[in-house]
Structures are given as C-alpha cells and as structure tokens.
Design a protein around this ligand. Structure first.
Ligand SMILES: C[S@@+](CC[C@H](N)C(=O)[O-])C[C@H]1O[C@@H](n2cnc3c(N)ncnc32)[C@H](O)[C@@H]1O
Length: 321
C-alpha cells in the first residue's frame, strides 16, 4: 500500500491536551487521541468482546447487503473510508466491487498502526489498489477527491457508528462538510448504532475483562509516553455513564484522589480533585428515522437503510444531492 503521511498529529497533541485539561468546569480530551498503536490494538480487541455487539452488527449488515449496496451505485467508483480502523468489515464491500471493476480504495486514518492493519487485512483482494492517507477525516477526503478521475463517483464509508463520537449538531455539520467535498450522485454509507437499554450500553462501554478501561486509560499512558507526563494510572478509574439528555454513552477517567499531574511537553501542571473526571469520548445513539433527517440536513438523500435486529444498528446509503 502506498501511504501518504503527514506528521501534524504530534504537533496538535500537546496543545489540545493543554486546552482540554485547562477548560473551566469539565476537563476533556479529544477522543481521536485514544488511537495510537496501543489504542488501535485495544479497539480491535473490544470489537471481539461479547458485550460490544456493535462491530458484529455492522459486519452482519455489510456481509448480507454488500452486493446490493454496490449494485445501487454506478461505475466507475473509487472508495474512501473515514477512520477505517483495521478495515476488516470493508472486505465485504471491496470483494463485491472487485467482481465488477478495478478500483482504488483510500482509507483515511489518524492512526498509522490502524492503517498498517488495514493494508494487511485487505491487500489480497483482486482488482483493488489501496492508497492510505494518514490524515484527519476531512483533510484526507479532500486529497482523495483531488485524485478523482473524470467521470468517477466517490463512495465514502463511515462505518462503526464513528459519527456518534460527534454530538448531534456537530455530526450533521461534519456530514455537511463531507457533502461539500463530494459531487452530486456521490454516496456515503453511514453506520449508526441505535438506541438500546442503558444496562446493555453500559456493559458495552465498560466490559468485564477491563479492555475498554485499558483503552481509555491508555490515553493517559500516551500522554506520559509522548508528552513526558507523570499520570499515575493506578489513581484514575474508567467510568461509563449514560447521558439521557444527549442520548449518548460517555467515557470518563475519574481521579481516585486529589492529585497533581505534570505534563512538561504541554507546559502544564494540572490539579485534580477527588472524584473529578476527564471526559474522553461520547458515543451518541440514534433512532433509525433520525438518520433520514440528518441526511437531508447535510445535503444527502437516504436511498436505502438496513437494520440489524440482533443488535439494533442501521446501515444507511446516502446519495449526495
Ligand atoms: C470507533 S473506531 C472505528 C474503526 C472502524 N471504522 C470500525 O468500524 O470498526 C474510529 C477510527 O477512526 C480513527 N479516527 C478517529 N478520529 C479520527 C480523525 N479525526 N481523523 C481520522 N481518523 C480518525 C481512529 O483511529 C479509529 O481507527
């Protein structure tokens, strides 16, 4: 795989850590920093946990409907995937497509190790050439669009309900930004996790083995590794919470005692009260109908939607208007 890399991630990390941990009220860290090489490996493990049915639901839908999805789209196509992770589920789409045409697959990933996993996972598929972009979503998508050949349609995948990491207005704004990069008749396959009982959701984001806790705590370990900080990981605990108003599950890291942490590379000393938390991720949950409205608000039309009954999850095919 050819990978276009840009090292703007390290530069932004110190400044975003500083901004998030000095925010008045709720301390916060951007969830994109959960995914370094350790975080991406732990996320892969999470996707196999019995409590986290989301990835399996997404994959069941892609396995069952990949051929129909591809048949609904006109050739020639190029495929871009935002936050591909290991790309495992994408195999279903690419294999269907490879029976019809030779094409390019462009995974856009902030995590270099996820991009490498993605190549290992998918490079054996005939007729598919992989060109990875180690970039933030929209920067990567703009580069992909710049590689578009005359007459070629772009098919963008945003799977795994990663859209849920944005709050609702920001999610629609993000989709509208994606739409602006696309042309009419281009398409977006959007995975959204649907609302389900709180007990089920809390288990999905706080599993018995403690893998999600390790995934969350790795963010502090990453700050120690990359910014020379002295977080004592034993003095923070992973907590999953339901935010009923926002219809989301939040991940927080709770300080077990009053403590001071130094982060030299961010030129920062932070005080934590006992019980105070750092908000590290939100996963918003949707109703299936809501996706139609989100699509319209962002300049798409929802052409088809498939729902997994075992673990309520929707795959929606949106066409740029
Ligand atoms: C929730 S995981 C989903 C992975 C995969 N799509 C799936 O469905 O299993 C989100 C992925 O997006 C990547 N990511 C997060 N924020 C990103 C950003 N701002 N730009 C590019 N990639 C990002 C992460 O590295 C991670 O691999």
């Amino acid at each position: 795989m050819l990978v276009y890399a840009i090292n703007n991630v390290a530069y932004g990390f110190a400044s975003e850590v500083r901004t998030g941990l000095t925010r008045p009220g709720q301390k916060e860290l951007p969830s994109k920093y959960l995914y370094d090489n350790v975080g991406s490996a732990l996320f892969e493990v999470i996707s196999h946990l019995p409590e986290y049915g989301l990835t399996r639901a997404d994959e069941r839908l892609l396995q069952r409907h990949a051929r129909e999805i591809v048949e609904r789209l006109d050739a020639p196509l190029a495929v871009a995937e935002l936050g591909s992770g290991s790309g495992k589920k994408t195999r279903w789409i690419l294999e269907s497509l490879s029976q019809r045409e030779r094409t390019f697959y462009y995974p856009v990933e902030i995590s270099r190790s996820a991009l490498a996993m993605c190549e290992r996972e998918l490079s054996d598929i005939d007729s598919i050439s992989i060109v990875g972009f180690e970039r933030e979503y929209l920067d990567g998508l703009m580069e992909v669009a710049a590689h578009r050949r005359p007459g070629q349609h772009l098919f963008v995948l945003f799977l795994g309900s990663t859209i849920g990491n944005f709050d609702r207005p920001a999610g629609v704004k993000f989709m509208a930004e994606v739409r602006r990069i696309l042309e009419p008749e281009d398409s977006l396959l959007l995975g959204t996790d649907l609302e389900k009982p709180s007990t089920q959701l809390l288990k999905a984001y706080d599993d018995e083995l403690g893998v999600t806790a390790a995934f969350d705590l790795n963010l502090l370990a990453r700050i120690n590794r990359e910014l020379d900080a002295d977080f004592d990981l034993g003095q923070f605990a992973h907590v999953a919470r339901i935010n009923h108003k926002a219809r989301s599950v939040e991940m927080h890291l709770r300080s077990k005692r009053r403590q001071t942490v130094r982060i030299p590379a961010a030129d920062l000393t932070v005080e934590f009260l006992e019980g105070e938390t750092i908000w590290t991720e939100s996963s918003h949950k949707y109703s299936a109908d809501e996706v139609f409205q989100m699509a319209r608000d962002a300049g798409f039309c929802c052409q088809a939607q498939w729902i997994d009954e075992q673990w309520p999850f929707a795959e929606s095919l949106l066409i740029a208007e």
